[in-house]
Design a protein around this ligand. Structure first.
Ligand code: SF4
Length: 295
């Protein structure tokens, strides 16, 4: 077992230095960085994080298709008439998210930006600078943005929203990990380091919660950053707490690099002794050390 005193921090720092902006082409964030204007980055970021599940090559291809269909102008597309969005997105889909779902979410983002100036301003309405994390503000933001969805021109109650629309609006108050919304917030809030965008300076990076997907959950177990079995909000908050020991100001800065290990199959689901032998985390990885001892 790794003791808390073991020097995980330097290994995480090395990992973060290894997987920097040159790996953006392996992440939906690279698709958001195509845009320069903050309003476009907010809208593109929300959509890109929202579809960030499944095979990464498909995610990237499907996002590029969206940008093409909306003339490479996400914020302007969000403000156009609903019929235009439906027509332009007809036939697009990503897993269970259908063309109309995406068109309706895009329209909701346009309404939020029009009403509040930006998605960031809408988020700040419920954000407390002194809050330990962004959970409550995210919950309020999700409710606010979701209430702007119109289906067939009408507001509908949340349970009646199509599943593909609800997929974008996970509420942390329900206990889920909210991986894709935490990813969106990481992109918006962390300073521009060539990866994240630094668009929302009113939120402190220290308040972010790490986006936990199956890759990050698996690695967090290997690195003894969590012992929870379920990848939920409590696991995400717990891992973030542990990471604060290594960077109290910016604990989720390790997320991009940790996620690369899974996305690039450097640390596969099924343990691979050859990959462990080549992995820089072996000295601080419970599984890697076991593999090395057996070899
Ligand atoms: S040592 Fe092996 S199990 Fe541990 S993180 Fe590296 S590849 Fe994954």
């Amino acid at each position: 077992m790794i003791r808390r005193s073991d020097p995980l921090g330097p290994y995480l720092d090395d990992l973060a230095a290894t997987y920097g902006p040159e790996f953006l082409h392996t992440d939906p964030l690279g698709e958001v960085r195509r845009f320069a204007a903050p309003a476009d980055r907010e809208v593109a970021g929300f959509l890109a994080a929202g579809v960030a599940f499944g095979r990464v090559d498909l995610i990237l291809a499907h996002l590029r298709e969206v940008w093409e269909r909306i003339d490479g102008a996400p914020a302007a597309a969000a403000r156009r008439p609903a019929a235009w969005r439906k027509r332009r997105l007809r036939g697009w889909n990503h897993r269970w998210i259908r063309d109309d779902d995406l068109a309706e979410v895009l329209g909701a983002l346009g309404r939020v930006q029009r009403r509040h100036g930006s998605l960031g301003e809408a988020f700040l309405l419920d954000h407390a600078e002194t809050a330990p994390d962004i959970g409550p503000a995210l919950s309020a933001f999700v409710g606010r943005a979701r209430s702007e969805v119109r289906v067939g021109g009408r507001r509908v109650d949340e349970p009646d929203l199509p599943y593909g629309v609800r997929t974008f609006f996970a509420d942390p108050a329900r206990g889920g990990a909210c991986k894709r919304l935490n990813l969106f917030l990481r992109w918006m809030v962390r300073p521009d380091d060539g990866l994240d965008l630094g668009l929302w300076p009113g939120v402190r990076p220290a308040q972010l919660v790490i986006p936990v997907d199956t890759h990050v959950a698996r690695l967090a177990h290997h690195l003894d950053l969590t012992r929870r079995a379920t990848a939920d909000w409590r696991m995400a908050a717990g891992i973030t707490d542990r990471l604060r020991a290594y960077d109290p100001v910016d604990p989720v800065r390790y997320d991009f690099a940790l996620a690369r290990l899974g996305i690039l199959d450097a640390c596969p689901r099924k343990v691979d002794p050859a990959k462990c032998a080549a992995c820089s985390l072996v000295p601080v990885c419970t599984l890697g050390r076991k593999e090395r001892a057996v070899a």
